[in-house]
Write a new protein. Structure first.
Length: 292
């Protein structure tokens, strides 16, 4: 039997947990707690997939709760001051629960790797649903994305900052300020560079580790083709932007750490990350429309 607990950092949303299990207990749990019946984690995953034992689920939530705080901490870097860390943690809990319920150990991917993508995705989804980004910034983001897409389709190559600024009728200095504003307030991530079907059927680089067992063969083929296109689009990015995506999404470095690796400021890393995502979205939009 399940009960619901309301976590204050999750905008009042209810999180279904097993009876007797509080959010404080989850987030304050110690990973040294012994798993049910002293089984290995692999055995627990097999058992959970077979019978959905709530005790096993509770054990996984306790064990991986610190991962939620870790991911929330990474996302919080560079976020505006009105975005509370506790809110990000609350949003991330939904992702952890979703990851536990959907994880397929037969894929050969570690749960931690899979969970990080789900937790990060859940946080971004909640932030987008709140829609706190100023309308003017959202509009400017669309304008830049569309300009990049149209320009690169025309040129057949990656557009320079000078060319993008020119197509927007801006000077380079004004364009740099615009990118600073966008990167400081917008939620842009690999989690939303492509949508296939409805909003619950996302296909992204990060989603490539999700099990396709519940999909029919046609959808599997379609998703594999989309992944191929996305990877190709990433490979066409300028070298520094591509490195930032790799270091952030695969090497799991913070923006500050990436800045140290590339010898640039954290704000510059944020701008380059935003620009990379806008390039990808523009290119992929063109591909979906059949322009290129």
């Amino acid at each position: 039997m399940n009960s619901e607990f309301s976590y204050p950092g999750a905008a009042g949303r209810k999180i279904p947990l097993d009876k007797g299990m509080s959010m404080a207990k989850i987030l304050g749990s110690n990973q040294r707690d012994c798993p049910p019946e002293q089984k290995t984690e692999e055995e627990l995953w097999i058992n959970y997939r077979q019978n959905r034992d709530p005790k096993i689920r509770e054990n996984f939530v306790k064990q991986y709760a610190p991962l939620v705080k870790y991911v929330a901490g990474k996302v919080a870097v560079g976020m505006p001051h009105n975005v509370e860390f506790d809110d990000l943690v609350g949003f991330g809990v939904f992702g952890l629960l979703d990851a536990i319920d959907k994880f397929d150990p037969d894929k050969g991917v570690k749960f931690k790797t899979y969970a990080v993508t789900r937790i990060r995705g859940a946080i971004f989804d909640e932030l987008r649903s709140i829609d706190w980004v100023p309308r003017s910034v959202r509009q400017k983001t669309r304008e830049v994305e569309e300009a990049i897409g149209a320009l690169e389709a025309q040129l057949g190559r990656t557009a320079t900052d000078q060319e993008i600024a020119g197509s927007l009728g801006m000077g380079e200095e004004e364009f740099a300020k615009t990118m600073m504003k966008i990167s400081a307030t917008s939620i842009l991530s690999l989690n939303d560079v492509w949508f296939s079907g409805d909003d619950n059927d996302k296909v992204t680089i990060e989603a490539s580790i999700e099990s396709p067992s519940s999909l029919n063969p046609d959808i599997i083929v379609e998703k594999e083709e989309i992944r191929r296109v996305i990877i190709g689009a990433i490979n066409e990015l300028p070298d520094k932007e591509k490195k930032i995506l790799i270091l952030y999404y695969y090497e799991d470095l913070t923006l500050k750490e990436i800045g140290q690796v590339l010898d640039v400021t954290e704000s510059r890393v944020s701008q380059l990350h935003t620009k990379a995502i806008l390039r990808l979205r523009g290119k992929l939009t063109n591909i979906r429309k059949g322009i290129i």
